[in-house]
Design a protein around this ligand. Structure first.
Ligand code: ZN
Length: 259
């Protein structure tokens, strides 16, 4: 009986040690992988919500972006008024996209609301899908309101004629990842990224399309696309083959369309 008890206790001890060791191991593995989100593989969009507790909205949120836009509600909406000014070029390859950081002082106003332009960056292919159509790229002009809420203007981009503005950006992409490159002798003007017609747009409430997927974004997707040359598109896709999150469930949200 004593021997049996001894064997039982030993087995329990060995089992518990094994479990502890395994969980420590798993913990270490988790830690190594946790910071790294990506657009494919283990760090890909379907796993973002599990990589870190702060990323849980990517999985549990019900107002996520991007979305496929098909059913809309036509409404009389305020025009977006752009108060953009030139700024010295500050460009970074952050490992996920090419981002241009904008100096303070440029903004948009929509009705009585005002949002300051912080940065813009690019995705390929487009993140939003409009009536089943995916575009070659999508630019996001990110603006911050006074309470930290975001208004993002999305500009759809399709292959076509050369775009001098994008060409200037691409010729200044830093080689080093994660380091902002300040090109003080090149001034850029964000208005050059906008289509001629900014009156037509879609509007809905959603989230960041990258972790932590925070549901704080008022999206304005301009209907008129702009163009980029085949070479311009190729230059971006040679660095980022695919940096677009798949479309997310609409969950009853209403997409408004300006008349
Ligand atoms: Zn974006």
């Amino acid at each position: 009986m004593k021997a049996f008890k001894y064997i039982l206790l030993t087995s329990v001890f060995v089992f518990l040690s094994f479990i502890t060791a395994m969980s420590l191991f798993a913990g270490v593995g988790e830690h190594n992988a946790s910071d790294h989100w990506d657009y494919e593989g283990e760090g890909g969009p379907e796993h973002w919500g599990e990589l870190k507790r702060e990323y849980c909205k990517c999985k549990t949120g019900d107002m996520q972006s991007p979305i496929g836009i098909s059913v809309t509600e036509k409404a009389k909406m305020d025009d977006i008024i752009f108060h953009y000014y030139p700024t010295p070029l500050k460009i970074i390859n952050n490992g996920h996209t090419i981002q241009v950081n904008y100096d303070r002082g440029s903004s948009i106003s929509i009705g009585h609301r005002r949002f300051e332009l912080i940065q813009f960056h690019f995705h390929t292919p487009s993140e939003h899908i409009i009536h089943g159509k995916s575009y070659d790229m999508e630019a996001h002009l990110v603006h911050k309101g006074e309470h930290g809420e975001l208004a993002v203007i999305a500009v759809l981009i399709e292959e076509g004629k050369e775009n001098a503005f994008i060409k200037t950006l691409w010729s200044n992409i830093p080689k080093e990842v994660g380091k902002e490159h300040i090109v003080s002798d090149v001034r850029i003007y964000a208005s050059q990224l906008l289509p001629k017609n900014t009156i037509g747009y879609y509007n809905y409430t959603g989230s960041l399309t990258t972790p932590p997927c925070s549901e704080i974004v008022n999206w304005f997707i301009l209907k008129s696309p702009i163009e980029v040359s085949k070479a311009g598109l190729g230059k971006f896709t040679s660095i980022f083959k695919h940096d677009a999150r798949p479309i997310q469930p609409v969950h009853g949200r209403v997409v408004k369309e300006s008349k």
